[in-house]
Design a protein around this ligand. Structure first.
Ligand SMILES: NC(=O)c1ccc[n+]([C@@H]2O[C@H](COP(=O)([O-])OP(=O)(O)OC[C@H]3O[C@@H](n4cnc5c(N)ncnc54)[C@H](OP(=O)(O)O)[C@@H]3O)[C@@H](O)[C@H]2O)c1
Length: 292
């Protein structure tokens, strides 16, 4: 499914972890006209050597977006982490439309919605809304929580022996960032129409099961401690996590508690051609990072 491999394909945020993986996948799958958009093109000598055109593209800089999207047929807009990302991403959608882009792929989040309680998840809803409103074709990829995030959480869990969460026993279908990036590249290469997909791993995993996996892989006992959302927010802020990010993490936990993360789809296999990696396999492959 690479019918658009000879179209001009843009990846925004190409210097991020996701962006680099997506550009690499486009190269591997035979794309011939790739544009990598980034705030800092100086980091991309390696990609330029492989025929990728590198453009400066910053969602906070309208001029860079006019030039960045010029001549592009299909674009992958990678969500940012800034507190003003609704404005950033909405501006990017408008710039893409003005430049004549025909299809947008966007990295969204599970159950994106505008409710006041969901913190930064609402940003994804308003971006999805802007994309739908643009009249362009789109593939909205609601990426579930990266398996990679468990390695970040594992550091403090392994140090203290306690894994804190507010999921109330709800499962979460972790998916590796690499699988989500390959999926997004696949959609850029082949998707048509207007579609929304949840992008998940092969099966949901509870925090209890995650604690057991960490114990099994490292030999260090980890117990799962269930908290309320308020308790978790306080703990994250006390640990120095910025409020915007802490609120987002808590909102994701509460969504897991409500069952929104316990679904399974075939989107990874459909767009990337590979089965998604299970969390246990991901953690086993990254065991060194757990014990570092
Ligand atoms: N599903 C999950 O569990 C999960 C977890 C974390 C994050 N996310 C989301 O997924 C995205 C990609 O993840 P990642 O791991 O690749 O994050 P990352 O490595 O931290 O990269 C941040 C991304 O934001 C882009 N960015 C920041 N400011 C920008 C601006 N003004 N204009 C355009 N782009 C801007 C960066 O682009 P350049 O540096 O190239 O300009 C880069 O692609 C994140 O930004 C976040 O929205 C999802």
């Amino acid at each position: 499914m690479t019918q658009f491999k000879d179209k001009t394909l843009l990846v925004t945020g190409a210097a991020g972890h996701f962006g680099r993986l997506a550009v690499a996948e486009l190269l591997d799958r035979g794309a011939t006209r790739i544009v990598a958009g980034t705030r800092d093109p100086s980091q991309f000598d390696d990609l330029a050597a492989r025929g990728v055109e590198v453009r400066r593209l910053d969602f906070d800089d309208a001029a860079s977006m006019s030039a960045g999207f010029a001549g592009v047929d299909r674009a992958l807009i990678i969500s940012t982490v800034a507190h003003n990302r609704t404005a950033q991403q909405t501006a990017a959608v408008a710039a893409a439309k003005a430049a004549g882009v025909q299809h947008l792929v966007y990295t969204s989040a599970p159950n994106a919605r505008p409710n006041a309680s969901v913190g930064g998840i609402a940003d994804h809803y308003w971006t999805e809304h802007a994309i739908a409103d643009s009249g362009l074709d789109f593939t909205l990829l609601r990426n579930h929580i990266y398996a990679d995030m468990t390695i970040v959480a594992a550091a403090s869990a392994l140090a203290s022996g306690q894994l804190f969460d507010a999921t109330n026993g709800g499962g979460r279908n972790y998916v590796s960032r690499e699988d989500t990036a390959r999926t997004a590249a696949g959609a850029l290469l082949g998707a048509t129409g207007k579609e929304i997909h949840d992008v998940t791993g092969p099966a949901p995993v509870t925090q209890e099961q995650l604690a057991a996996l960490l114990t099994q892989l490292t030999g260090k006992p980890v117990s799962r401690i269930g908290l309320t959302g308020e308790q978790l927010l306080g703990g994250l802020e006390a640990a120095g996590v910025p409020t915007f990010m802490a609120a987002l993490l808590v909102a994701f936990d509460l969504d897991a508690a409500a069952g929104h993360h316990a679904i399974t789809t075939d989107a990874v296999e459909h767009y990337s051609g590979r089965k998604p990696q299970a969390l246990a396999d991901f953690l086993a492959a990254n065991r060194a990072a757990l014990t570092a």
